[in-house]
Write a protein that binds this ligand. Structure first.
Ligand code: UDP
Ligand code: MN
Length: 305
């Protein structure tokens, strides 16, 4: 677009949720794999800085600071590390996302602590105005390419798009939209690619915070009355937080999303293949083309290559 400020801003912002890490050896190991592969392939210009944001509790922060010293040793680029207090962010988020929690959270109540699972949805209101782009990534990833290349994808956003995201690679939304699909047999909702609307996966997200702030449509969709309207229209009940919200509004307004190639978030989980969807599973799971980032979701092992 006409915005050229990013060309001169040498900061590349990446955010990860990083809570209760001290309680899980498995998450610690995933974090190590993600960071070591990010560092190994990371390549930036001399004046550029990779800014690593972590949303964390006290114990996880202390552990994270120790682990980062180790995994960042071989970095050939400049970096900064910023820890955000999960309690403070939750406090800011809750009033914005409270109304959507009952549709997209586990359980029926709007639990205060679950608000953090909707951080990406309202990030444009939470982060300072000076922050215009941020990439949010899971910890259970393995990078096979320079993370700087991911940021180039921002430049392909069409006008009106606020978020870059990869499609979901299991038939989970075929399942979630079951009732809507029964009542609307011709719908593309929940159908596989390339012609269907399989929903999104939140493991890798490019948030154009400036576009999110500037989009009247996106901000209307955050309003409690409109969330309720869409959720009722689609008979939607889920428990995957931001991913469910984005997948639902994407059914109605696909133009808000820039579809990242499947290789940018190559999900490996096959849970739904064994749970009633074996016949259609491959239609969702297949991903042709290069894999830039593996996502070992639902604790799936990531190939060594
Ligand atoms: N996460 C965290 N603490 C936890 C569980 C999850 O910080 O106790 C964060 C972490 O960044 C993780 C993300 O939440 O990558 C999503 O969880 P996960 O990747 O396990 O979900 P999946 O991709 O398997 O659905
Ligand atoms: Mn994950």
């Amino acid at each position: 677009g006409a915005d050229t400020s990013s060309l001169s801003d040498p900061h590349f912002h990446v955010l990860m949720m990083f809570t209760k890490i001290d309680k899980s050896r498995s998450l610690q190991e995933k974090f190590r794999v993600a960071m070591l592969s990010m560092v190994k392939h990371g390549d930036f210009l001399e004046e550029e800085v990779l800014v690593l944001h972590f949303v964390s509790d006290q114990a996880s922060q202390e552990l994270g600071q120790r682990m980062l010293q180790e995994v960042l040793l071989d970095a050939t680029f400049q970096y900064e590390v910023v820890f955000h207090d999960v309690v403070e962010l939750t406090h800011k988020l809750f009033p914005i996302v409270e109304a959507m929690q009952k549709y997209f959270s586990a359980g029926s109540g709007a639990y205060y602590s679950d608000a953090i699972f909707f951080l990406s949805v309202a990030m444009h209101h939470i982060m300072p105005q000076s922050l215009t782009r941020i990439v949010q990534v899971d910890l259970d990833l393995k990078y096979r390419t320079n993370i700087r290349d991911l940021f180039q994808q921002f430049d392909h956003f069409p006008p009106g798009a606020v978020l870059g995201i990869t499609r979901e690679m299991q038939p989970v939304y075929r399942h979630t939209f079951w009732q809507y699909r029964k009542e609307n047999p011709q719908t593309k909702v929940g159908e596989p690619p390339p012609d269907g609307l399989p929903g999104f996966n939140s493991g890798v997200m490019l948030l154009d915070l400036r576009a999110m702030r500037a989009s009247p449509l996106y901000n209307q969709l955050l309003e409690p009355g409109n969330v309720a309207k869409l959720a009722d229209q689609y008979r939607f009940r889920g428990h995957l937080g931001d991913q469910d919200f984005f997948s639902m509004i994407g059914m109605e307004h696909p133009e808000l999303f820039y579809a990242l190639a499947c290789g940018w978030n190559r999900q490996l989980c096959t849970w739904w293949r064994e749970h009633g969807y074996g016949d259609v599973f491959q239609l969702y799971y297949r991903c042709d083309g290069p894999v830039y980032i593996y996502h070992g979701n639902c604790n799936t092992a990531i190939p060594d290559d």
